[in-house]
Design a protein around this ligand. Sequence first.
Ligand SMILES: Cc1ncc(COP(=O)(O)O)c(C=O)c1O
Length: 395
Amino acid sequence: MKDEATPQKIPITKPFFGPEEEAAIRAPLHSGWVVQGPFVKEFEERFSAFTESPFSIATSSCTTALHIAVAALGLQPGDEVIVPAFTWISTANVVEYMGAKPVFCDIDLSTFNIDVAGIEELITPRTVGIIPVHLFGLCAEMQPILEIARKHGIWVVEDAACGFGARYHGKHAGTFGGMGCFSFHPRKSITTGEGGMIITQREDFDRLARTLRDHGASRSDLSRHTGEAGFLLSEYNHLGYNYRMTDIQGALGCAQMDRASWILKTRSQLADRYNRLLTGVEWLETPRVPHGFVHGYQAYVCLFRPEEPAMNNVDRLHRQRNELMMQLEAKGIATRQGTHAPVLQGYYTKKYALRTEQFPNAYLADRLGLTLPLYAQMTEAEQALVCQSLQQAKS
Ligand SMILES: Cc1ncc(COP(=O)(O)O)c(C=O)c1O
């Protein structure tokens, strides 16, 4: 295995687990109730309290959370949904799962989020919704997005996979649209291995989402087993899925919630320290945090920018960025591109005959994004080494 041959001194991220997490996951093993149950319920309640949203529904991933959200909204074949051109591919995939069409909007290169100025021209009579993404922990510009949605009578589902701890004018990511969907993949600030969460302000969405994650059942297994007439199965009036979170993950999630504020605060302090250490490094654009935004720092993603990037120099700059990443890898320091542009991936380019020139900023972000290691246990010495090695590699 590659990791054994070249041990990584500084990984891109590390979950923060301690004896509390180990003890937490033992509890469902001891009780024998390991499917969605009391710990998932507690995790949901704690997530609701943290994000100040009345309803939280845990799922097996953010992708399945998004799928449930668009299904609950009744997305139909032939409908169109606007999504950013630079995001993890599942933002668009969930639209495809429903037989609908994702319509890609280019991004603002300074925030990596959807370019609000480009949304309205993409709206057609078939447009039913927008899925803005709070990429890397920075909220999309929700106010204008909500205004556009209101004006055209379309829904908003927030892809808050990276949005834990992110705030926009005081409110937590995921609380603006009809539903907000989070990820607990290990690259995120808190993790349950795989896992996701839907939050919503609406009781009807809560009820439907709970049903859809559980095969369309009218009643959860826990309430059936702990209530009366548990010997009878539920009723199934909806086409649902098995997108449940296990109680082992729920217990892990509860233990992670105990640390959540500390993890977020520490990540934010580490990001501030990166900002200080990288001041004066002209060829690297560090994350911008516009006024009124709190960055959740799911990741610290910079733009490799030794000169003004454009379509005519991006391929050359891309090779330079990759060379830099290779040199860091040789020193045991992991870096990653930020995320990818689905508009460059074969499934979408072929199906919708997309051309790179339609999404110049998504292309630049895909080719020139540079993520630095970030995890709550990261030491000052590790951060200093990352910054020093970056500068050595560039010179
Ligand atoms: C923006 C975005 N959306 C969706 C997802 C999918 O999350 P999950 O892996 O939990 O399905 C991710 C995962 O990284 C993401 O970054």
